[in-house]
Design a protein around this ligand. Structure first.
Ligand SMILES: Cc1cc2nc3c(=O)[nH]c(=O)nc-3n(C[C@H](O)[C@H](O)[C@H](O)COP(=O)(O)OP(=O)(O)OC[C@H]3O[C@@H](n4cnc5c(N)ncnc54)[C@H](O)[C@@H]3O)c2cc1C
Length: 349
């Protein structure tokens, strides 16, 4: 080692490990000792985001090491500690400071990098939410590691995390390994089951972030949200391109209205027709759902649609074509026109 930090001197040039002139290797994590999993606990108002609860609970099953959680916010966020510990967290790093009073991807990623540098985790998991998708790549760049975005599955092989995500337009699922530590993934909501709320205890550490905000948000205009979320539904009545009459959508809504916890969702075909909003689309570019019962009317079962329903406990397919791919993974197949079946269900209910 020459002791210099740049890559332009004659001693260092040509060394592939050298960084460009002026760049310091700031977060040099040690892959041989990296252990445990760090999860960013995102919050929605004063509540823990559902995807974060799923990830924290999954992390304790994936890792033999410790589970760390990074939580941003003021002292009022302490009310979330019992829930976060209850999902299997050993240590909460509660990050505070002027620079992180409001969300900004630059400061949040820097603060997370500082925590990661301190604990040296083997993996970092972040929800594939709008904020997670914005923050995770910045954090990965700071830590000089790889990031697998929008995962629909994770499994552990010792310290290694094998990350699964749809690839090539959803025509296949790729298992991806990160060759550097910490291994990073953003993970979709619904990839893991929602944990039962429970309370626990552990260690909480205040982490003072020293940086400064680089931006100020002067106004926020949230896009309109569907009042109900199909990810919460216990029973889903799913409609696909085989539905030819738009009044069937109303019929399905009526049937769903008669069952507690039931909602109507759809394949991309009906969103493209403008019959249902994108928030109701299930699949690779829609939502991942885990209902107790999924009844698919006129849905063929493309790989892209299937990507969103692999967590469904029971699938019933109603389809006129007995060779439709959906029958291969449905628990019960009804080879029939969708409309009379749906009408009978609505009348019975
Ligand atoms: C990058 C990418 C991302 C995608 N993301 C998604 C996604 O998130 N979600 C999604 O759903 N798709 C997605 N798609 C589209 C996907 O490839 C399929 O085109 C779509 O899922 C097909 O929807 P469907 O099953 O409703 O229609 P079709 O495949 O057209 O199937 C219609 C089915 O209805 C049956 N049928 C016809 N008439 C009747 C009747 N009277 N009664 C009963 N059954 C009947 C037919 O036999 C057929 O099986 C994506 C595609 C790409 C390339």
């Amino acid at each position: 080692m020459s002791g210099c930090e740049g890559g332009s001197c004659s001693t260092c040039s040509g060394d592939p490990d050298r960084l460009p002139p002026g760049m310091l290797r700031k977060y040099d994590l040690n892959g041989s000792t990296a252990d445990g999993i760090l999860v960013w606990a995102e919050t929605e108002g004063e509540k823990l985001a559902k995807v974060s609860a799923e990830l924290i609970s999954a992390a304790s099953g994936l890792s033999d090491g410790r589970v760390y959680v990074a939580l941003f916010g003021g002292p009022d966020m302490k009310t979330l500690y019992p829930e976060i510990f209850g999902y299997g967290t050993d240590t909460i790093y509660h990050i505070r400071g002027k620079g992180v009073e409001t969300y900004a991807p630059e400061t949040y990623s820097e603060a997370l990098a500082q925590v990661a540098e301190r604990i040296n985790p083997a993996a970092i998991l972040i929800g594939a939410t709008p904020r997670g998708r914005e923050t995770a790549p910045r954090l990965a760049a700071m830590l000089e590691t790889g990031l697998t975005a929008d995962c629909t599955g994770l499994r552990a092989e010792g310290r290694k995390i094998v990350m699964t995500r749809p690839a090539f337009g959803g025509n296949l699922y790729a298992d991806i390994e990160c060759t550097a530590f910490p291994q990073m993934a953003t993970v979709r909501r619904g990839t893991f089951p929602a944990p039962e709320p429970r309370e626990g205890k552990g260690t909480a550490i205040y982490w003072q972030y020293q940086g400064a905000q680089t931006k100020e948000i002067i106004s926020e205009d949230p896009s309109e949200k569907d009042a109900e979320d199909i990810c919460e539904a216990r029973v889903l009545i799913a409609l696909g391109a085989g539905i030819r009459d738009k009044t069937i959508v109303e019929l399905a809504e009526k049937a769903a209205g008669s069952v507690d916890g039931a909602m109507v969702c759809c394949s991309r075909a009906l969103v493209e027709r403008g019959w249902m909003p994108p928030s109701r689309q299930v699949g690779m570019s829609g939502r991942t759902v885990r209902p107790d019962l999924y009844i698919a009317f006129g849905i063929s079962g493309s790989v892209q649609h299937r990507a969103g329903i692999s967590g469904a406990k029971r699938i019933i397919a109603v389809n006129t074509d007995q060779n439709a791919p959906i029958h291969a993974f449905a628990d019960l197949s009804i080879i029939s026109d969708a409309e009379p079946v749906l009408r009978s269900i609505a009348e019975l209910l």
